[in-house]
Design a protein around this ligand. Structure first.
Ligand code: CUA
Length: 344
């Protein structure tokens, strides 16, 4: 016979699943931990739909239990068939009308919210709203600030407590822009501009995702949204315009030369719209390489050596794996890129 505790082993997969799912609640990535106006509204909709579902399950469960107990076959009872009822107009009206009412309670605020989050012209959008043009590419994001005339990639900096209007388009296929903690998401299509209004309550970094299957590295098409105070945002903009200062170390200087000769046909440093590849003006200040790798030199060297090994389908050519650059040269380029900071 099995010992008592051995029966508990049956719950192991459940515990493992719970542990796995709890990781989904990582800070700054959960739609259930809203961090902005839009996200709060969307969380309310989720709670509303969960509440309605709980009520339905409870009511059905109670009626079901009552019927099972009341009409069960009793001891010594030969055969028992309860009175058969069919075609009750009253009941049919009730179970048609109730779902209609429940669906209306869900549909009306959901549809209203869907339109308001992409309506960037209404009075609810504050006058000082910041506009950011977003271009999705396989598999990275470009962020252009048309009024500030600066460009960045993979990490977008926004002022907290201010409406941000994202105007989104795609260079290639359909992507979707989603920052779970701030609300969203919206499809990003080639030849079309979609809009999304978001706001962050607190300073911090919020993780963004591409939410539309777009190719081999769809699952790695991350980006970061960094919310800073309004004052910090202002100084960040002027520092971005000024650009990073020139490198001082010998290795980084050599790296800068190599970068000019090998990388600048696609990448840009400064206020240019790089277009083909991410603008790297503030590369050293970012929190991830290529949107998802931990931000350290080792990963950067690995990335430059063979980008496709890290992000299948990435369009950046292999720099080391095809004998284009030596390990030392790649190290020098990495040294240079880690000087690209606009922090004071
Ligand atoms: Cu871009 Cu999925």
């Amino acid at each position: 016979m099995k010992k008592k505790w051995q029966h508990l082993l049956r719950f192991l997969p459940l515990v493992a699943l719970m542990a796995l799912l709890s990781a989904c609640g990582k800070e700054g990535v959960s739609a259930l931990k809203p961090m902005g106006d839009e996200a709060h509204e969307e969380a309310k909709l989720m709670i509303l739909s969960i509440a309605i579902m709980v009520i339905v399950v409870l009511v059905v469960g109670i009626i079901f239990t009552y019927v099972v107990i009341k009409f069960r076959k009793r001891k010594n009872q030969e055969e028992y068939i309860p009175r058969q009822v069919e075609g009750s107009a009253v009941l049919e009206v009730i179970w048609t009308v109730i779902p209609i009412i429940l669906l209306a309670i869900l549909a009306v605020p959901t549809v209203a919210k869907t339109f308001s989050v992409s309506d960037t012209t209404s009075k609810s959008v504050k006058k000082d709203a910041l506009v950011i043009n977003v271009t999705a590419n396989q598999f990275w994001w470009e962020f252009e600030y048309p009024d500030q005339k600066i460009v960045t990639g993979e990490e977008v900096v926004i002022p907290k407590g201010q409406d941000v209007i994202f105007k989104l388009t795609s260079k290639d296929t359909t992507h979707a822009f989603w920052v779970p903690a701030l609300g969203g998401k919206v499809d990003v299509n080639p030849g079309q501009t979609t809009q999304l209004k978001l706001e962050a309550d607190k300073e911090g970094t919020y993780s963004g995702r591409c939410a539309e299957l777009c190719g081999a590295s769809h699952a790695l098409m991350y980006f970061n949204v960094k919310a800073v105070s309004k004052a910090d945002f202002k100084s960040w903009v002027s520092e971005m315009k000024a650009g990073p200062s020139d490198p001082t170390s010998v290795s980084a200087k050599q790296g800068q030369e190599l970068f000019k000769n090998n990388c600048m046909s696609c990448h840009a440093v400064g206020n240019k719209d790089a277009g083909i590849a991410p603008n790297l003006t503030n590369f050293a200040d970012r929190q991830n390489i290529a949107g998802f790798l931990d931000h350290n030199k080792k990963n950067l060297e690995k990335w430059i050596w063979d980008p496709q090994a890290e992000k299948p389908g990435a369009t950046m050519p292999k720099r080391g794996a095809n004998n284009n650059l030596s390990k030392d040269q790649i190290q020098q380029i990495a040294d240079y890129l880690f000087t690209l900071s606009v922090k004071q």
